[in-house]
Design a protein around this ligand. Structure first.
Ligand SMILES: Cc1cc2nc3c(=O)[nH]c(=O)nc-3n(C[C@H](O)[C@H](O)[C@H](O)COP(=O)(O)OP(=O)(O)OC[C@H]3O[C@@H](n4cnc5c(N)ncnc54)[C@H](O)[C@@H]3O)c2cc1C
Length: 432
């Protein structure tokens, strides 16, 4: 691609990966449009917090403008971003050393951020690059190698590259790689948000307020707990109105809270989960934690029922490399993984960073298009599906009903806890 014939990139899906890529391409002067089916936050997952790893924040620092990356830093959760493992009786298994982000403008720190806030930041400088309410349907490849994308509203767009960033149920993937599979793991999570006010804060054990912890009972289930603290209420106006406001505690990204997620195999719940309303799901989560330490039971019981959400856990099945064309995929559209380990969004950000570098080189005439996409896909398939495997292993371990394995796992945590160099090594690998 020569400089006088600028590259045109069409991105289907304006989630974390698609929007991050669009930011980077736009800043590099590459022609890009994003087609997002939603016009407002309707996905309940949007209401929750997300962990950004060192690699994820490096990608954001590279793709966002310096001002917007600094806005990102200012809107992340405050305090210690370390991690711990405890038993269901609140006995310590492993406690990593306290860590505060250094807020390096080049990224590399860990952060906790509300998904809504992250989305606002990713949208803030994109203006009309993003077409909301534009549902991608299918593509066709023209003889000259260009791609025509078709949308549900009857419009089409022609580009040099089509990037499927349309999440786990990707239509781009369904057409392009029909043999790719995304399967149910049989694991289900019930999640909720405990609101933090001066009164509710006093009722909670400080261990649950310090930093995220994973609760490991002797068998069959696990509970993830993550506080999300703001210094001051977020002023959405500063970021521009990027989506119509949705009310309710679930979508509130200005009030501090503690997020929890109770995960187990479907059979463990003994109920038809999909048939339950939020109140019944909440009651079930309370029942499932009977016999646990009062502090954990209080966290679950005193949660705002409106925020309680059912999340069936799915994963992609790793694929071999395919023949490279001008259609490619990123993020959950190709390597969707379980939320265990908190790596899906970080991997989508890594994809966006790498693909942005490759497409920018093409736009500048430094590399032909297909070899550039091929190099991206070769690396992405490698680290993306490695993350899928690691995440599935973590998911299975966290709901394992093998008592012996659980006891051994808890022993490993206690051993690592007693050896500071091991502790530091393990922490460095978290979410990587
Ligand atoms: C409970 C839970 C907790 C998690 N926590 C973490 C965490 O802490 N850290 C982490 O790294 N990851 C986490 N993840 C994973 C993370 O949410 C995903 O990996 C990440 O959102 C993937 O980004 P994406 O851009 O590929 O897809 P998405 O963010 O899903 O975006 C896809 C976008 O495409 C749009 N779209 C879909 N179809 C179409 C269409 N046909 N036309 C137009 N637009 C379309 C959707 O509306 C959406 O906006 C978690 C996941 C879950 C379920």
């Amino acid at each position: 691609m020569s400089n006088n014939a600028s590259l045109r990139v069409i991105i289907a899906g304006g989630g974390i990966g698609g929007l991050a890529l669009a930011n980077g391409l736009r800043r590099a002067g590459v022609g890009v449009s994003v087609h997002e089916r939603e016009i407002e936050r309707t996905d309940r997952l949007q209401g929750f917090r997300i962990h950004i790893s060192p690699k994820g924040s490096q990608a954001l620092a590279e793709l966002l403008s310096p001002q917007m990356f600094s806005t990102f830093i200012s809107r992340t959760g405050k305090g210690d971003i370390s991690f711990g493992f405890i038993t269901e009786q609140m006995k310590q298994l492993l406690e990593f050393d306290p860590v505060e982000p250094t807020n390096n403008p080049a990224g590399g720190d860990r952060y906790g951020v509300s998904r809504i806030t992250l989305r606002q930041i990713l949208l803030a400088e994109l203006g009309d690059t993003v077409r909301f309410g534009s549902m991608y349907e299918r593509y066709e490849r023209r003889q000259d190698g260009r791609v025509v994308a078709h949308f549900a509203n009857g419009t089409t767009e022609i580009g040099d590259v089509l990037v499927g960033a349309d999440g786990g149920t990707s239509r781009v993937r369904a057409q392009y790689l029909p043999h790719a599979q995304r399967i149910d793991t049989g694991i289900v999570t019930i999640a909720g948000k405990y609101p933090l006010t001066p009164e509710t804060r006093d009722r909670l054990d400080p261990v649950l307020l310090r930093h995220p912890v994973s609760v490991i009972p002797p068998t069959g289930c696990g509970l993830f707990v993550a506080p999300h603290e703001f210094d001051e209420p977020t002023d959405d106006a500063l970021l521009g109105a990027t989506a119509p406001p949705v009310t309710g505690a679930l979508f509130d990204n200005s009030q501090s809270y503690v997020l929890w997620g109770f995960g187990a195999k479907r059979a463990h719940f003994g109920a038809d989960l999909e048939a339950l309303d939020t109140g019944q799901l909440h009651d079930l989560a309370v029942r499932m934690t009977e016999g646990w330490a009062p502090a954990l039971r209080r966290l679950v019981a005193d949660t705002d029922t409106d925020t309680v959400t059912l999340l069936p856990i799915k994963t992609s099945v790793p694929l071999d490399a395919w023949e490279t064309t001008s259609v490619t995929l990123l993020g959950d559209a190709i390597h969707s993984m379980t939320p265990f380990g908190g790596v899906g969004a970080n991997t989508a950000l890594r994809d966006a960073q790498l693909l942005c570098r490759k497409l920018t080189a093409v736009d500048r005439g430094e590399q032909p298009l297909l070899p550039a996409i091929h190099e991206y896909e070769a690396q992405m398939i490698d680290y993306g599906f490695a993350a899928v495997r690691t995440s599935l292993r973590a998911a299975n371990q966290s709901v394992s009903d093998n008592r012996l394995a659980r006891t051994a796992g808890r022993l490993v945590f206690r051993t690592v806890n007693a050896v500071p160099p091991l502790r530091r090594k393990m922490f460095a690998g978290l979410g990587a």
